[in-house]
Design a protein around this ligand. Structure first.
Ligand code: 13P
Length: 263
């Protein structure tokens, strides 16, 4: 039986004092239960602050990205052993924003190359995370153009194959896959529940082929893209959706607590 998992991806938001205030409010709103798992992935600078506040709870802290080398002349980057050292349990990899697959651009076109993660670099990051016992949250998802061209399933299958190349089922057993249609991120457009459920079932079948049956049965598959208190319940009720990867709504304690309660 897979435990539901709700992860907040704070992206580039909240200073330390704002993060503390948000977590303190959240902890007042949520009844402690070990029946579901909750994690927050704040900026690198607030990981320790959030981790300290979670100390006496079962909530976990994670990172939004990682570099695959352990140390060295890689200006601006952070490695898996460094994330482990500050208490990270999870780490997001291959998010559409770090793959440079921005749907609606509200950033200058010229910044895209700085985010151009590929399936190959995602694969290196996952291997480094697994080596350092951090659970990867592997994001996949199609752009609007790919969906309209009927390529959703093949795009996602190729992303999974590339990201998990050379990795054994037993190694990724506790890993997480997040289905995030690029066109639904931060746009207020949620993927239709039945379609999100269908894609997540397709992902589980692909994981049987790429890894093995036992790993595919235990990997949590999350849906992400405009998850809110009002739609979380029906999304999480789909047989192959094991929770959510939540952006905007995880920044507001009241909104995030509603989503956690839906799980
Ligand atoms: P929103 O929930 O803001 O659409 O973001 C989703 C996301 O990208 C989570 O990783």
């Amino acid at each position: 039986m897979r435990k539901k998992l709700v992860v907040g991806n704070w992206k580039m938001n909240l200073t330390r004092s704002e993060a503390s205030a948000t977590i303190e409010s959240l902890l007042l709103m949520i009844e402690p239960t070990t029946e579901i798992e909750v994690a927050i992935c704040p900026t690198y600078l607030t990981i320790e602050t959030v981790g300290q506040l979670f100390k006496r709870t079962h909530f976990k802290v994670g990172a939004q990205d990682v570099f695959w080398m352990n140390s060295g002349a890689f200006t601006g980057n952070v490695s898996a052993p460094m994330l482990k050292d500050v208490g990270c349990h999870f780490c997001i990899v291959g998010h559409s924003e770090t793959r440079g697959r921005f749907g609606k651009l509200d950033i200058p076109e010229s910044t895209i190359p700085y985010f151009s993660e590929t399936d190959e670099t995602v694969n290196l990051k996952i291997k480094s995370l697994l080596y350092h016992s951090i659970h990867p949250i592997l994001c996949c998802g199609e752009t609007l153009a790919e969906r309209e061209a009927g390529q959703t399933d093949e795009v996602i299958q190729a992303q999974l194959k590339g990201a998990l190349s050379g990795i054994e089922g037993a190694e990724f057993h506790d890993g997480v896959v997040a289905y995030e249609p690029v066109w639904a991120i931060g746009t207020g457009k949620t993927c239709d529940t039945a379609e999100a459920g269908r894609v997540c079932t397709m992902i589980r079948k692909a994981l049987v082929e790429i890894l093995d049956e036992s790993a595919a049965a235990s990997i949590r598959i999350l849906y992400g893209g405009s998850v809110k208190g009002s739609n979380a319940g029906e999304l999480f009720a789909q047989p192959d959706i094991d929770g959510g990867l939540v952006g905007g709504a995880s920044l507001v304690a009241e909104d995030f607590s509603k989503i956690i309660q839906s799980a």
